[in-house]
Unconditional design. Sequence first.
Lengths: 367, 461
Amino acid sequence: MMKRFMATLMATILALTSQVLAAADNQTRFPSLQTETGRLTIYSTTDLAAMKPLIDDFQRSAPGISIDYIEYLTNELHALASEACRKDEPLGDLLLSSSVDQLLKLANDGCAASHTSPETLRVADWANWRDEVFGFTYEPAVFVYNTRKVPPAEVPRTHVELADLLRERLDYYRGRVGTYDIRLSGIGYLLAFNDARQTNTVFGRLLESMARASAVARCCTGEILEEVASGRLYIGYNMLGSYAYDAARKHPDLRVVVPRDYTLVLSRGALIPKSAERGDLGAQFLDYLLSERGQAIARSNAFYFSETGGLPPDVDGPQNLKESGIAQPIRIGPGLLAVQDWAQRQRFIEDWSRSLIELNSPEWTRE
Amino acid sequence: MQHEPSLFARLARRISLVLGIGAALLVSAAWYYAETAADKAYDRLLVGAALQMAESLSVERGALSARLPTSAFELLGLAERDRIFYRVIDTNGKTVTGYDDLQSPAPSDGARDAVSISEGIYKGEAVRIARATRVLADPSVTGHVYVIVAQTNEARSALTRELTLRATILVVVMSFLAFAGAMLAIRYALQPVERLGAAVRRRDPHDLTPVSVGVPRELDPFVSSINHFMGRLNERVDLLQRFIADAAHQIRTPLTALSAQIDLLGHDKLDKTGRQHFERVQQRTGELARLTNQLLSHAMVIHRADSIQLEPISLVDVARRAYRAAIPITVDPDIVISFEAPDDRPFVLGDAVSLREAIVNVIDNALRHGTDQRLEVRVRSDALDAYVEVEDDGPGIPPEGWEKATQRFATSKSHEGSSGLGFAIAQEVVNAHGGTLGFRARDEKSFTVILTLPLYKGPAK
């Protein structure tokens, strides 16, 4: 057991090192529109494509600021940030991560600077901890499916339906369901952990069904979405709504389902590191993200879903997530520390791996 | 006299001092209780969380495993802004999960309590640390395991601050109310003192009767002291007056004999200088007799003012009698003397004897010091007052000397013998009747002394 964990760890570190070495590949420079007055460095786990409209619009409002946008996987970013915090070294001026539990852990360890402004007052209580970690998006965890592969009658609209479908049509869907590899993806782990906390046993059933159907685990949303779009996979589970909807707009075969029994809602987190060199710029960009203007851009171009409005068009789900009461926002608060407890994490991932991965994991994660 | 601060200021200072000290004590107590209450409240959360975590420990396949419940963290999360640190230690003292360097200040072997709580510092922040102990009796894992949970103090401090602030507001408001109430009470309580002071101030200087203002019991000693003092003063004054009267009386008899002897002596036998001396002795003796008479008259007037009941009298009658008594038979025939009185005989409330004495003295003074060729005595009245005017054609008293003229043994003409008590007696009498003594100088040839007395409006006797 320990050995396997070590192996996973080694793999992670390897991946991480290669990421650090290849940092330049993940870095995108947005030069300032006018004479540069300041350089803002953002470390993020959000796809550049989603953030680009926001960054462009921000630079229109603050033309003197150039932005370095550096992308990482959630776990990598967390490891980097913890390390930097421990050594009290600067790492960017703003951290954006969909894995808010990791940001919360950073804040709990005293790595975050507090920030209050009129904009931060607009943030809902559940999406703000200590004025240090702010949730700036509202993203349901959704199902995606390929219309050419999944007949309309079989489209699952609840977690139970999905579990039943995999059980009944085991042969058809074998190896055709994709989800996060929670060993690699912090966001996948966070979603899975919260699935497991549901009062009913649906997640156990679902996990068992997925295991039997040899579900495929991938590191990132993008890969799964691509495979579902291309038809290699039929169904994607627990995809981030924003990415899924973006992909659905590009691929006519791809459809998004917001589950009707319960829907986990994740708010992407932002945190200003304590040791940031230009924490003021980080705060300025954060204010922009939380502002009316930033939220409007996010709703139309980047993340599509919002707490107050209805669902975007062509999404299969309840009319209004919040009012229907099925939305379960993942509260940004100390409860996430339980998610981040490493013994907990280790065991959870072990259990999960044992049930799901053992049979069909890719070559390099096996012993 | 050294000026002591007022009673009100003293009381106000002392009461505000007491209230201030009291308020400070109350606020300190409130702060202490608030801190205790906040600690108690949040310690329960902390202990609850630690116990939940300890409860979640189990032995699986021969190893201690921790399945920390989210609810434990959410329980701690009720203190919304506080950071949470925890550590699970197995039987060998190794960290199972959590923060490796988190220590509980409480000794780990000695204490066998299920839960202990202490203060501490972690990551440079003051924290409250709870440690829950659980005894494992599994065949493979035996011994004590510990769960240490620490939480920063923001919520506690905030609660303490809030509770203290509210208590402080209450204490301050109550202190102000108490102070205002005390000040009102003091002001009210001191009113009799003011009243007594005013009553004593208002008294006539000659009034030496006991003070009869109603005062609270506490002021009784003060009032009786005043009254005792007044009584003694009164006795002394009486004694003094009686002495003066007695002395004057005793002096009069030998003085009369002395006058007679001087008259008998005759001046025919004397030479020119001797005659001059003789005349001076005669003159001085006259003055002495007059002064003695005045002293007697003064004593009489004062005595009567104290003892005689005033009654309605006709001022014209009194003035006429005085006029007759005051003009000697030997008066210089060149002087024109007249007495005028109105037909309607004004009445005043008074003592006829004293008033006559007063008018006699004024006329006598005019004859002696003023009159050259004319002396007029007039009685008249208007709606409110009756007047007795004595007018002469002498040089009179210049206005700057008017005030001094009514003092005893003062005269405007220093070269003459002392006029003595004339105006003083008149003034005293008139004042005792509620009237005034005034002067009027019209020109070089007219000086008037006016006695003003309030008119009596009641039925005549």
